[in-house]
Write a protein of this length. Sequence first.
Length: 80
Amino acid sequence: MSELLLSAVLGSFFMARLFRGSWLRNPQYLAASIAGSVAGSLLLHAFWPALDGDFIAGAIIGVAGPYAGMTLFDLLLKSA
């Protein structure tokens, strides 16, 4: 589980940089991507604990979690 969380958090740095630019200009997107990656990892562990060590599932969560977190953050900002 710890390897998956570490991979997801480090992947969220990359995804925030890739989609939103500098971390210093947009720290809110970095926080949203970290929250999304941790939530995705915990959901994966809650529903499919055997996939924690899977290389493919970890990579998908590492990409989908941060993207979902940033997208949800954008939707919340636009609705406010």
